[in-house]
Ligand binder design. Sequence first.
Ligand code: DNO
Length: 345
Amino acid sequence: MKMTFRWYGGNDRVTLDQIRQIPGMTGIVSAVYDVAPGEVWSNGSILAIKNAANSHGLAFNVVESVPVHEEIKLWGPDAERLTDVYCENVRRLGKAGVDCICYNFMPVFDWFRTNLKNELPDGSNSLAYDEQVLRGIDPLGSDFSLPGWDESYTKSELKKLLERYGDLNEEGLWRNIGRFLKKVIPVAKKAGVKMAIHPDDPPWSIFGLPRIITNEDNLERFLKTVDEPENGLTFCTGSLGASPENDLPRMARKFAKRIHFAHLRNIAITGEGEFHEVAHPTECGSLDMYAIVKALVEGGFDGYVRPDHGRMIWGETGKGGYGLYDRALGATYLYGLFEGVQKTN
Ligand code: DNO
């Protein structure tokens, strides 16, 4: 296991000087943020991240994310060309020493929350989701704003995009992801890069759009689509764990060898389709973090780990889920779980 920390680059309030002081930290997880999805990343931008990390004693082996253009998910007229661009980014990253790329295949919306500042009883706050609230939201309405991960769509672009997805059902999305994987995985293999798809968050359809990276059967189907080690998973416990039907320790054990990246965090499920994020330890939420780590280790997991979303504590403000303090606490807790499980195995 290699412990890593997400870093959003020079504009991140959390600095590399701070990250390097977290015990057990080996590297950062980052991306090139100055180009739109579907463009080639410059070697200069990639190297700048690597040099910044290395000069702080940290590795840069993991990218999150190389975004998949919507045209690819829809497999529109420009999909082949955009997939070639994607492959070029995989090659460039491999050359720069990146060996794990996280990405997702969620139509239009990445992770989604209905409250970005949910007050917790102890005075901290975290991200929360409530399906009832979601049902009342019109993404094309004037008061709709995207939750922190993307502000780039205009209303008319969003409208067009949603219309284009109108006819695409889950099977259509499976077909398109298959086309994407068949081109990308052989390139990743040659480049020495493991691809790690991120599950859909939450792991069910939102706004009528299809979502397929959601449960054990679908993860299995996904892995079989191109049955190569380079076609792997990001095991995000907070995403998959939002559905009580997902037995996370069982899935962690079963897929361990194809899990290249683990996003470990806890959530509290408070009702049907309703949950909020909590501190990492098992006792704080609904997920058994010890059982998950044990299953990963015993299943033969040997990938990267990062603490995922933290709460905002001690008065910290900043990018929802990505403050310093609670993620740092999470990292040391997770480090301890791994140490305990590894030493007793
Ligand atoms: C949220 C993240 C996701 C993730 C992408 C991967 O905090 O886990 O935005 O980076 O879905 O492509």
